[in-house]
Design a protein around this ligand. Structure first.
Ligand code: EPZ
Length: 428
């Protein structure tokens, strides 16, 4: 397994290109199932999960081709065409490695009248149930059956879903995405209430509309979808990754530097920007980039994660690393996932002073962190260790960086270009 070695203490300064959003790409790719015409996605990030999803689509008989970047984009262009579906089953050996595979359930059900997907199981940050996905699809008229570790969804007479009205008891990004992709080809109109409002949901709605879907309330918590008989192909550009941008913003602050995040969209990350400014940093759009400038040691702040437009749970670990060197005691409360503090013991090995009490972590700022060998446990935890390593005195080694490769494209390259002393060591 690869390791990333960082020799800390360098102030970062320069421009970092922000890639296409992982969490948008993973819900746009299954949209290819909804039409027999080609769907071309631009600005796709070069990430393990994106390649994995392409492989999953091939399992269903979908052809995929990948080309280089378009001018002005950093990501790749993938064209997927589902002109014939040869299988409606997402097998265990693929789903267990990429839980986002569950996002084929809705679109496959809508296109083929049935879909069978291995249950994704949990991961390091929580048990990740899919009950809301299933309840939403049932409300749209699907029959759901659970057997032998698989979930099978069937439309009446294996035809079109009738559509329906569903109120989510808990905001769920993935369940909203699955329900949206199921509803667009229904024979009737559907209403999704208390739907997730993340920018990635807006990106999905905009792509579906580009394919001919009829959706009202985009960006709000109530989505009304008038089903249509067919969708056509489209070419759509994936939004920039607001979590990658927020992560590198923390890198600027923790190293006392200044970074221009090219392609970041400040309007999609208001809560993150407000929190960055509360630590004393300055954040402003300068041309095509969001400029983040440190202003001395970050001030201590209090944060609680929440569904969008609240502070993103995917930014919690990165802020914790930055606030570990803060001026005073910060309070972070994780309200979305039950086990998203796996980075705490690893940060503590670098000298951080963090006390977890239930869902809240008290982060008492220390004057310095000291480089150490640490273990990545999940995607955002691994980024928090990279951030700590950038600021720590001496050398840090981050193990199990395959976690990192799921969400951060060309990380060492991007950081080295702005002054970090960082390299990937492959033990292969
Ligand atoms: C998406 O996961 C993201 N993943 C996550 O990003 C992100 O942290 C999360 O949304 C919240 O913003 C992708 O988009 C691929 P949820 P998802 O359904 O859809 C509970 C990252 O680091 N829940 O909004 O799985 C669930 O347990 C990843 O990029 C149910 O109870 O998140 C959680 O407590 C990590 N039943 C809460 O809802 C369900 O059926 C929110 O989960 C579904 C979810």
């Amino acid at each position: 397994m690869d390791q990333i070695v960082i020799r800390g203490g360098h102030t970062l300064k320069g421009r970092i290109p922000i890639s296409g959003a992982k969490n948008s790409a993973l819900t746009l790719l299954p949209c290819a199932l909804l039409t027999d015409e080609p769907l071309t996605l631009r600005n796709l990030p070069r990430l393990a999960d994106v390649d994995g999803f392409g492989h999953l689509l091939n399992q269903f008989g979908i052809s995929t081709t990948i080309e280089g970047s378009n001018p002005g984009d950093f990501g790749r262009v993938m064209t997927a065409r589902a002109n014939k579906i040869t299988s409606t089953v997402a097998p265990y050996d693929i789903v267990r490695k990429m839980r986002a595979s569950i996002l084929v359930l809705g679109p496959m059900l809508a296109r083929a009248g049935e879909a069978t997907v291995s249950l994704p199981g949990g991961c390091a940050i929580g048990n990740r149930p899919i009950d809301l996905h299933l309840k939403a699809l049932e409300a749209l008229g699907a029959e759901i059956e659970l057997a032998a570790g698989y979930v099978k969804a069937v439309a009446p007479n294996k035809g079109r879903l009738p559509g329906g009205d569903y109120t989510f008891p808990v905001v769920s990004v993935g369940a909203t995405e699955n329900a949206l992709m199921a509803a667009v080809l229904a024979s009737g109109t559907s209403v999704l209430r208390n739907a997730a409002r993340e920018p990635e949901i807006v990106d999905l709605c905009n792509c579906l509309v580009a394919m001919g879907a009829k959706i009202d309330g985009i960006g709000s918590e109530t989505l009304t979808i008038e089903g249509v008989a067919d969708l056509h192909g489209a070419t759509y550009r994936v939004m920039s990754d607001r979590i990658e941008a927020g992560s590198y913003a923390c890198a600027a602050i923790i190293t006392g530097g200044e970074l221009d995040l090219v392609g970041a969209n400040i309007d999609e990350m208001e809560a993150t920007v407000a929190a960055l400014r509360e630590t004393g940093a300055s954040v402003e759009m300068v041309g095509d980039a969001m400029r983040v400038s440190a202003n001395g040691r970050p001030k201590a702040i209090t944060l609680s994660t929440a569904p969008y437009p609240g502070f993103a749970t995917d930014m919690q670990a990165q802020f914790m690393a930055m606030l570990a060197l803060g001026d005073g005691a910060s309070m972070l409360t994780e309200t979305i996932f039950e086990n998203r503090y796996m980075h705490v013991p690893e940060l503590a090995r670098m000298g951080a002073n963090i006390e977890v009490r239930g869902r809240t972590a008290v982060v008492r700022g220390v004057d310095k962190l000291v480089g150490a060998e640490v273990m990545a446990t999940d995607l955002r935890a691994s980024m928090s260790l990279i951030l700590a390593g950038l600021a720590a005195e001496g050398e840090s080694k981050v193990n199990r960086v395959y976690h990192l490769d799921r969400g951060y494209e060309r990380l060492e390259e991007k950081l080295e270009a702005v002054g970090a002393d960082i390299e990937r060591v492959s033990d292969g």
